[in-house]
Write a protein that binds this ligand. Sequence first.
Ligand SMILES: *Cc1c(COP(=O)(O)O)cnc(C)c1O
Length: 236
Amino acid sequence: MNGTLQERLDVVVGRMRAACARAGRSPDTVQLLPVTKTFGPDTVQAAAALGLRVFGENRVQEALQKIPACPGHLQWHMVGHLQSNKVKIAATLFDMLQAVDSQRLLTLVEDAAQQSGRVLPVLLEVNVAGEASKFGLAPGGVEEVLRAAQRMLHVQVRGLMTVPPLARDPEATRPFFRMLRELRDDLQARTGVPLPELSMGMSGDFEVAIEEGATWIRLGAVLFGDRQRRVAEAAE
Ligand SMILES: *Cc1c(COP(=O)(O)O)cnc(C)c1O
């Protein structure tokens, strides 16, 4: 990994701004979510010292150990698949759940948020390419879940999230980002529910995601370097 965290962040912010300029978007319409999975509280602390305030994690167990060791004013988003037996604790740990991928899970989140006396913002994860190996709602199934969410008082669906098929060329991913945006536009028109957030784009393709309308880009490797696999395995 080259340079300091500050230097890498500066490069990322420059690339974000350039992508916004190409798309005719204001830079403040895109939020950077640093994903700190496998990295410790020291890394979070260093990023917080540079002004980052919202962080992403993909495992409840790991977040449960990490978050209490990090500065208290930070916010945390869950970006990974949530197991049903972890929903209760997730509803107290996180400020947003970005990967709600079934109606059953949504119902569990509603119950857990009610018990914690809060309203939890969530994103619905969509499996845009219909990959058998991936979590996420089928595009055709999102409307039903969204309508169910409208009857719930403790979850608020703020938009959609996706993890498209891995591709070496970011241009290959563009159609999937576009699909998510068009699905969002269509759902908004059909249901009248405002869905302002689109969480899409990672280290390899975030500029294309911004060009296609991302409001959250989730970045790990480009900021923090290759993941420490040992830590990830120990936390399973
Ligand atoms: C790890 C992770 C990311 C960040 O991936 P990078 O390629 O390291 O930027 C983004 N989203 C999710 C859901 C992740 O699990």
